[in-house]
Structure formats: C-alpha cells, structure tokens
Ligand binder design. Structure first.
Ligand SMILES: [Zn+2]
Ligand SMILES: [Zn+2]
Length: 396
C-alpha cells in the first residue's frame, strides 16, 4: 500500500543517515513490524528493535520472532526474556538457566519470575534442582529459594527458608543481612495477612536492637546505646561469633552512661576463662579493675505506660508485667511504644515514638528498619494506635 511504501521510504532516509534506531522506530510506528524485524536482523540491531517493541502493542508472534533470533545468536538471557513475554515458559526457563552468571544474577531472578508465572510443577522442580546445585554441583545463594517460594505464594515454605537463611547469616556475623532477610519476610507475610512466626518477630527485634546500637553511639547517645547493648548482651547466644567484642562494648557503653551496676555484671561475665583471654588488651585492665572494685550504683530506668493497660514499666522493657502482652517497639530507639507519642515509618509502617523518630531524622535520613529515605515532613502523629495493637488477633 501507499502508506507502507511511504514508511519504507522514510525508514530508508534514516538508514542513509546511519540512524538505525529511528528507522526501526518509524517502521514499528507505521505497524510494519516484519520490515522492522528484518531491518534489525540485517544490521544486527535486534536489541534496539526489542526495546522499541517492548513499549508498543506487541503480539506474541513478534516476541517469538525476537526470542528465536536471540536463541540463534546464543544470547540466552535475551532469548529467555522474550520467550517469557510470549508465555513459552519451558523455553524461557531453559535459556535463563543457560545464561552465564552475572554479578546481579538477573538470570536467576528472571528464572524465578518465569516459574512463578508458569505454575507448572515440572518447571518448579527443575528450578529447585538448579538452585540446590543438583544439576551443576553448585548450590546457589539460599535467598533465591526464598524468592522462589514467595513467587509461588508458598509462604510457609518461604518463612521456613527465611528463618534458616537468617540463622546462617547471624551465626556468620552478618547481622545486617540477617536483619534485612527477616524484615523483608516479615513485611511480605504482613502484606499477605499471614501469621508471623514468633521466632521470626523476636529475632528481628534483637537484630534491630543490635543495629540501633551503632546509630545511638554515633549520635553520642550513650544511654540509648547502652540500653540496646544490654538487650543484645542478654541474648548473646544469638551472636556467637562476636560474644567477647559485644560484651566488651556493653561494659564500656554502660560505664559511659553511668549504668555502673550493669557494667559490673557484664564485666564479671567477661572474666569467665573462655572469654577472659580474648578481651582486647586496650580494655582488659580497665575491665578487670571494674570487677575487683565493684561500683553498683545505677539510676533506675525511667518508666512509661504500657499502650495496652497503662501499667508503668521501664521504657526498654517489652513484656508488660501488668497485662502480659508483648509490646510493639519503637524502631528509632528500641523502647516500647507509648500511646500518646505514636507514629510509623511512612514506608514500612513499623511504629516509632514520634518525638524520637523525628529527633533521629535530624541527623539520619533513612529508616533504621526498612533503610528507605524518610523525610521529617512525612511523619504523621497517629492518634489511634489500635491497629498496631493485638496484631495476632487480626491474623487469625
Ligand atoms: Zn500492659
Ligand atoms: Zn521504614
């Protein structure tokens, strides 16, 4: 037809200028996909064609032609991508698994996406074998198994995998990774309205307390740092590769904050034969002196009311002696939440004491829980905190 000839003429004009992108774009806009495809093939510009076509109304045949082209060129990742776009899952998976590994492991992510869409048991098992290293003797990072279960909406298996991954990260001393694995799992389960295993919630709380120590100490707030270290030190078995350094920091921060009795009791713990010789020489004499001449003066921890029953309990205590509830904690300080000072991260919706989170955001600009940027202006004081209380009831 006339318009087809016209389009070809304009395309030829761009070709003479060496502008393949515009030539291909023009042909696609004029609905001459076959001509555009041939042109891309002749000039080895399939990536450009693929890019352009991705944003237009595209048929499965178009995607398949591109996929076949990349298959012929042994560009496995690209082939997989376009087989996935035309819902040929088995072929897509085959190419993603053949794709050479890259730093960001995009091919594995895409393989997971493929299996998630395909909902086909044989393909799922094929990918699980690959992730476990059955096919090539190289087990892949466990986080992919977790993602796979999430993509398949098998949340219980995903939760179990997440707990195992976090435990491994934790015992290797990768506390930030362990924290982030549990956080993403926790948020996912919350979104799916699935009950959060209490082991997961407790571990996340302890890891979060550990992460807050650094923030508090960096901001020169030794009292808050000491309080979080006391919580971590009381759960020291969860930090097996850093027992002595953590106990040492606890002694030092407690001493700095004037919590002499706590400093003394953790110093005494460090005197156990299995720890004593591992203490950093810089602090050893000082800690030994603390144990020899104990100073047990310590001000009582201030109390604030329980958000459930108004019982006054120490601000870092998370189990209310009045009503036996586990209390939600503030992601900025680690203290238990208080009804009339309530806010939540605009991104992850974890609760925080309004005054404290605001204060922290003066010097930090990210949320310590989800690591997203948060600006003070987006913090809203929450008058009714009931949605944040009794989450167990909501999930059942
Ligand atoms: Zn209470
Ligand atoms: Zn957040």
């Amino acid at each position: 037809t006339q318009s087809l000839d016209g389009a070809k003429m304009v395309a030829r004009f761009f070709l003479q200028l060496g502008d393949y992108g515009s030539a291909i774009q023009f042909l696609v806009m004029s609905k001459c996909n076959n001509e555009a495809f041939t042109l891309a093939q002749q000039h080895n510009k399939m990536e450009i064609y693929a890019d352009i076509i991705g944003s237009e109304n595209t048929t499965n045949e178009d995607y398949q032609s591109i996929a076949l082209y990349f298959e012929g060129e042994k560009k496995h990742f690209q082939a997989g991508k376009f087989f996935l776009l035309c819902s040929q899952y088995a072929r897509a998976l085959k190419h993603f698994l053949k794709s050479p590994s890259t730093e960001d492991n995009m091919a594995i992510e895409m393989a997971i996406e493929t299996v998630g869409q395909a909902k086909d048991e044989a393909l799922t098992n094929q990918l699980i074998d690959y992730l476990m290293g059955e096919s090539d003797g190289m087990p892949k990072d466990a986080k992919y198994l977790f993602r796979l279960y999430m993509a398949l909406k098998q949340y219980r298996e995903a939760a179990r995998t997440a707990i195992i991954i976090a435990r491994e990260e934790q015992s290797a001393g990768n506390y930030r990774n362990a924290h982030d694995v549990l956080f993403s799992m926790y948020s996912e389960l919350k979104t799916q309205k699935i009950k959060i295993p209490s082991e997961m919630a407790t571990n996340l709380m302890i890891l979060h307390s550990y992460i807050l120590v650094k923030t508090h100490v960096k901001r020169g707030d030794h009292m808050k740092g000491a309080r979080m270290l006391i919580r971590v030190a009381n759960n020291i078995s969860k930090f097996p590769s850093h027992i002595v350094p953590i106990l040492t920091s606890t002694v030092i921060e407690c001493h700095r904050a004037g919590l002499k009795n706590s400093a003394f009791s953790f110093a005494a713990m460090l005197m156990r034969p299995e720890y004593r010789n591992k203490i950093d020489l810089k602090y050893k004499k000082k800690i030994e002196a603390m144990v020899r001449r104990p100073d047990t003066s310590e001000a009582e921890e201030p109390t604030t009311p329980c958000p459930y029953c108004e019982f006054l309990l120490p601000e870092c205590e998370l189990l209310c002696p009045g009503c036996k509830n586990n209390l939600p904690y503030c992601i900025a300080t680690g203290r238990h939440m208080v009804k009339n000072d309530w806010t939540a991260c605009p991104n992850c919706d974890f609760p925080a004491l309004h005054s404290e989170f605001k204060n922290m955001l003066q010097s930090e600009n990210i949320c310590p829980m989800c690591s997203e940027r948060v600006s003070i202006v987006h913090l809203k004081k929450i008058a009714d905190c009931t949605p944040y209380l009794n989450p167990e009831e909501m999930e059942q």
